[in-house]
Write a protein of this length. Structure first.
Length: 422
C-alpha cells in the first residue's frame, strides 16, 4: 500500500506500530505495579519486589559513574557480561549519587530509594525490543493479525526477563542482533557489523551470530565486519584488562555461575567446579561454538533467505540453552522469540504446534526437578518448536512492503505522485 504524503510521518508510524505501543504501555505499567505493589498489597510485606541480578548490574554501573570503569570486575560483583549495560545505567547511578539515594549495598534495604528511579529507566530501555520484533515480523512478511498475536506473546516472554530477573541487557542485545541480521539481509554490511558490535557489547552470546554474518558478507567486506563487530567491546574492556587483568579474564572468559537460585542440567556433571555452588560452562560452550560455526558455513555455502537466517539464529540460541550446565528460566526466551516470529509466516497448524511447544518449554523452565527431569522436557520442546518453525518454502521472500522496517518517524519529505498525461 502506497504512503499518503498528506499524512504526517508520525501518524503513519503510530498507525503501523499501535499494537507494539499498546503492549509496551502495558509492559511498563505492569512492571511498575509488580515492583512496588506486589509485596505490600499481595504478599502483605513491607518490601518492594526487585532482582538481585539487577542490583549487581547497578553496582557495576556505580563504579562506571564514579570514573572507575576499569574496576567493574574486581569488587566481587556478579558480572559476567561485557560492560555495555554498566555504561548505559551509569547516568542513573550519577543522579542517585548526587541525590544520595539508597541501594541495598552493603546492607539489605526493603525499599531502596533508588529503585523508583532505576526501574522506570530499565523498563524504558527494554520495551524498544518489542518494536524491533514487530519490525522483524513485518520484514518477514507476517500478516497483520499474526503480528498482533506475536506482540502479545513476545511481551509475555520478555516481561519476566526484565521484571523478575532484572536483565535489561538481554533485551538490548537481542534487539541490536535482530537489526544486524536484518541489515545483512539487505546487503548493508557496514551497518550490520556496527549493530552486531553493539549487541556484543551488552551480551557476549551475540558473538554466536558472527560466523553467520561473515557467511552472508561478501569477500571484500569480511575483515571490516569483524572489526566493527568487536571494536566497541574491545574498547570497553581495555581499562578493565589493564587495571584488573585476573578478575576481568576470570569473569569474562570463565563466566562463573552460581547454582542457586538457578537450575542444574545433566551437563553439570562434566563442568568445572570452581567453588562451593559455583560452576563454569565447560564442554557445553564448545558445542554451542560448533553449532554457530556450522550455521556460518551453511550461510556461506547456501546463501539462505531471510526466513532461514532467522530460523538458524533461533536454533543456535536453543542449542545454547541445551548446552548450559546451569541455566536460568529466562535463557529460553531468545530462541523462543526468533522461532516464534519465523513460525508466524508458516501455516496455521505449524504455528499452533510451535506456540504449544514454546509455551510448554517456557513454563517448564520454572519447574523445580532433578537435572534430567528439568532439562530433557525443555530440550524436547525447543527441538519440536525448531522443527515446526522451519521454513517450508526455501524460496520464501519477505513481502515488498516489508523490505524497509519503519522503526520511527521519517525525517524526509515525500514527493507527490506524478500526474498522468492526458
Amino acid at each position: 500500500m502506497e504512503r499518503d504524503p498528506r499524512v504526517p510521518s508520525e501518524q503513519r508510524w503510530v498507525a503501523r506500530r499501535k499494537w507494539p505501543l499498546l503492549v509496551a504501555a502495558l509492559f511498563f505499567a505492569t512492571g511498575i505495579a509488580f515492583t512496588f505493589w506486589w509485596g505490600p498489597v499481595v504478599q502483605h510485606v513491607p518490601q518492594w519486589a526487585d532482582s538481585g541480578d539487577l542490583w549487581d548490574t547497578y553496582r557495576a554501573a556505580q563504579w562506571v559513574s564514579w570514573g572507575s570503569e576499569g574496576t567493574v570486575y574486581q569488587h566481587g560483583i556478579y558480572a559476567i557480561v561485557f560492560p555495555g549495560i554498566d555504561v548505559l545505567l551509569a547516568p542513573v547511578a550519577m543522579v542517585a549519587t548526587h541525590y544520595r539515594l539508597v541501594n541495598p549495598y552493603p546492607y539489605f534495604v526493603t525499599k531502596p530509594s533508588v529503585l523508583p528511579l532505576l526501574m522506570p529507566y530499565v523498563l524504558a530501555i527494554s520495551v524498544p525490543a518489542l518494536f524491533v520484533f514487530d519490525s522483524l515480523a513485518e520484514f518477514l512478511g507476517v500478516g497483520r493479525g499474526r503480528r498482533i498475536l506475536l506482540c502479545w506473546m513476545q511481551g509475555v516472554l520478555l516481561w519476566p526477563v526484565i521484571v523478575l530477573w532484572g536483565h535489561p541487557e538481554e533485551a538490548v542485545a537481542l534487539s541490536f542482533l535482530v537489526l544486524a541480521l536484518m541489515a545483512a539481509c539487505r546487503g548493508r554490511w557496514g551497518r550490520a557489523g556496527w549493530l552486531l558490535g553493539f549487541a556484543v557489547a551488552f551480551q557476549p552470546y551475540a558473538l554466536l551470530m558472527l560466523p553467520m554474518l561473515l557467511g552472508l558478507t561478501p569477500k571484500g567486506h569480511r575483515l571490516a565486519t569483524i572489526v566493527r563487530s568487536l571494536l566497541l567491546s574491545c574498547a570497553l574492556l581495555v581499562l578493565p584488562l589493564l587495571q584488573s587483568w585476573h578478575a576481568t579474564t576470570h569473569d569474562v572468559l570463565v563466566q562463573p555461575t552460581n547454582l542457586w537460585p538457578n537450575y542444574a542440567t545433566p551437563l553439570l556433571a562434566v563442568s568445572p567446579h570452581l567453588a562451593r555452588g559455583v560452576y563454569s560452562a565447560g564442554p557445553g560452550r564448545y558445542v554451542v561454538a560448533l553449532c554457530a560455526l556450522a550455521a556460518g558455513w551453511w550461510a556461506w555455502t547456501h546463501r539462505p533467505e531471510p526466513l532461514e537466517i532467522f530460523w538458524s539464529a533461533g536454533l543456535v540460541f536453543a542449542v545454547r540453552f541445551a548446552a548450559e550446565p546451569v541455566v536460568t528460566p529466562y535463557y529460553v526466551w531468545a530462541g523462543a522469540v526468533l522461532l516464534l516470529t519465523v513460525s508466524a509466516s508458516q501455516g496455521r497448524r505449524r504455528l499452533f504446534l510451535t506456540v504449544c511447544a514454546l509455551v510448554f518449554a517456557s513454563t517448564w523452565a520454572y519447574h523445580r526437578a532433578s537435572p534430567w527431569a528439568y532439562w530433557l522436557p525443555i530440550v524436547v520442546g525447543l527441538a519440536l518448536a525448531a522443527t515446526w518453525a522451519r521454513p517450508a518454502d526455501p524460496l520464501a521472500q519477505p513481502s515488498p512492503e516489508a523490505q524497509e522496517p519503519d522503526l520511527g518517524p521519517d525525517c524526509g519529505e515525500y514527493l507527490p505522485e506524478p500526474v498522468p498525461r492526458t
